[in-house]
Write a protein that binds this ligand. Sequence first.
Ligand code: RIB
Ligand code: CA
Length: 306
Amino acid sequence: MKSVIINCDPGIDDALAIMLAVQSKSLNIVGITTTFGNVAVNQVTSNALGIIDYLGADIPVAEGSSNPLKGKRINSEYVHGKNGLANIELQHHSKPSEKDAVDFIIDNVESGKADTIINTGPLTNLFSAFKKSPETMHKLKLLIMMGGAIVEPGSITRVAEFNFFCDPYAADFILHTPVRKTMIPRDVTQHTLLLPGDLSRFSKSKSAELAVKLIEFYQKFYINDLGMLGNPLPDALTVGYAIKPELFQMREMDIVVETEGTQTYGMSVAERRGGVHERKAVPNVNVALKTKSKDFIDYFIKTLSL
Ligand code: RIB
Ligand code: CA
C-alpha cells in the first residue's frame, strides 16, 4: 500500500480526488498539503479541512505556498466557484498543522512515513521541498502529478495546462529531479468524462451526496461554457493511477516546461520526433497516454457511493 501525501488546491476535482483516496481504503494517507491554485491558499486550506471533517477522516492538513516562484497568482474561480468548492461552505473544527507544507513533506519523506506524493495543483511546494532538502526528497519512491498536455490543447491558454501554467518554473524543475515521476496530462483527463446521466448512478451516501452537488456545479462550466459532453475529473483520475495503475497505458518521455514564451508560457513540450532525436532524448517522466475511462468512471462512482 502506498503511503501518500496529497499536495493539492481544492478545487472541486481535488475534493473529489481526496474523497476517492479516503473512500478507496487503498492508500495510507499520511497527510494533505495545500497550495495556491484554483483559489487562494487560505481558502484551499479551509476547503481541505472541510472535506476531511465532512468525511470524518483523521488526516493532517499543512498549509503551503501562497504564490508562484515568479509572476502573478491566477485562479480558476470561474470553474470551481468563488470559494473553490462550488460555493458550498463545509464547516470544520480541525485546524491546520503547526508545520507548513514544505516541512511536513520533508519530515514525512525523511522518516519514511510517506513514500509517494500525489500532486494535483501547482508544484511550488515540491520545488521548495527539493531545494530545502534534496537528499531527503531524493528518497521519494514516486511522484504522481496531474499536469501538462502532450498533443491535447491547453486549458488556461491555447497550449498550457493550469497546474503547470500556475508555476512553470516549479514544474520544469520538478520534471528534472532524479525521482521516479508519473504525469497524468490532459491527453487522458479530457477523455475520461462523467456525463450528466451518470449522476443518477451515485448512491444516496453522505459522500455521494456531496460529490453530486460538486459535479453538478462543475458540469455547468464544462458542458455549458465549453460544449463538452460531460466533465473531466483530472485530480480524481490522478488518484486513480495511484490505486489502479493497470487502467493506464504509459510511455516514458522527455518533457520540459516553457518558462519564457509569450504565447507558450507554461506549455509542457515533449520530444516526439523519431530517429536521431529519439536516440538523443533523455526520458524524465512516465506519461499516461491512454486510460480505460469506463472502468475508471465505474470505479469512481462505486467508491464515492460507499
Ligand atoms: O488542469 C486541471 C488542473 O487544474 C486540476 O488540478 C484542477 O484542479 C486545476 O487545478
Ligand atoms: Ca487541482
